[in-house]
Design a protein around this ligand. Structure first.
Ligand code: ATP
Length: 289
């Protein structure tokens, strides 16, 4: 049996750090959105035992260090099913270490694929419970869509969909390590915070501009200190008439929201001329498991 599924990237419309827990993790409050940029995961059962993985991104591991294989191990451990041989092909399009949950969404896709392949009929809640040990963003990636994520990212509340719009992503030519950013943030010293309640109200009203102008990420100043380019890309999006702009996750990808197709196309051309990883996208709805 062979299945192919898309694994969509996520962006943060907002990211707030609420406090730091005893175990070192931070409690967060984030408005998350999946976008129409995806990796493609193909999984096929094989007669020979073991997992064999190929990936077009040569620098990524293809052993247990890849979150796709970690997810397969987790699935067999959780379900008690004896692992069969799997041939796994991952076509990466989502930039790595970009703040777009690339690895997390691939892991979530693997859990969804195996749930179908083995007809285990786990509910979305069960898949999310299975997903959490793989990473804090993996439970969200099981269904994606527009969601509020709290706790370390595992307490999820579905929200009204982001209104139809154009989403511009631009990643400068360096990656950012998520743990390194969190180790440099002191939640007690955060002065500016996103108006999360205002974003939720704007989503309920279907008011795109209200969402866009409230987008804010408390982590943004951290990588921007070393890489002022992040702020420059944000300003260039606003100069091109983005309704709002923000860094996603721990960065460095910058997001811009547009309600005007021409303005979005212009901004895309301007940034794509300088940055290879520039994408003009649309919001994706929640997907059923
Ligand atoms: P987040 O937004 O959740 O912090 P990210 O987009 O910043 O995620 P990833 O692209 O998930 O970061 O990559 C982080 C690290 O995870 C990479 O350095 C990579 O070695 C490792 N990794 C393991 N599996 C994968 C995968 N399938 N795709 C991408 N990275 C992976």
């Amino acid at each position: 049996m062979r299945l192919t599924v898309p694994a969509y990237a996520k962006i943060n419309l907002s990211l707030d750090v609420v406090n730091r827990r005893e175990d070192g993790y931070h409690n967060l409050r984030m408005v998350m959105q999946t976008v129409s940029l995806n990796d493609t995961l193909t999984v096929e059962t094989t007669d020979a035992p073991g997992f064999v993985m190929r990936c077009n991104a040569g620098h990524l591991p293809v052993d247990g260090k890849n979150l796709v294989i970690a997810a397969a191990n987790r699935f067999f451990e959780y379900s008690g099913i004896t692992p069969c041989g799997l041939s796994i092909d991952l076509e990466k399009r989502i930039p790595v270490a970009a703040g777009l949950a690339g690895g997390s969404t691939d892991a979530a896709a693997m859990l969804r694929v195996l749930n179908r392949m083995f007809k285990t009929n786990y509910t979305a809640d069960e898949l999310r419970a299975m997903a959490l040990p793989l990473g804090a963003d993996v439970p969200y990636c099981i269904e994606g869509g527009t969601s509020l994520a709290e706790g370390i990212g595992e307490i999820l509340t579905p929200l009204s969909s982001l209104p139809e719009c154009r989403i511009l992503l631009c990643k400068p030519a360096f990656g950012v390590s998520t743990p390194a950013v969190f180790s440099r943030i002191n939640w007690r010293e955060i002065v500016y915070r996103p108006d999360t309640a205002g974003i939720l109200t704007s989503l309920e009203k279907g008011h795109l501009a209200g969402v866009a102008r409230r987008m804010y990420n408390v982590l943004e100043p951290v990588p921007t200190r070393d890489h002022p380019e992040i702020g420059e890309i944000r300003r260039r999006m606003l100069d091109c008439d983005a309704l709002g702009s923000v860094m996603s996750g721990s960065g460095p990808t910058v997001v811009g929201l547009f309600d005007d197709e021409d303005a979005a196309q212009r901004a895309y051309s301007v940034l794509r001329a300088q940055y290879h990883d520039t994408f003009l996208l649309r919001p994706m709805p929640r997907q059923t498991v």
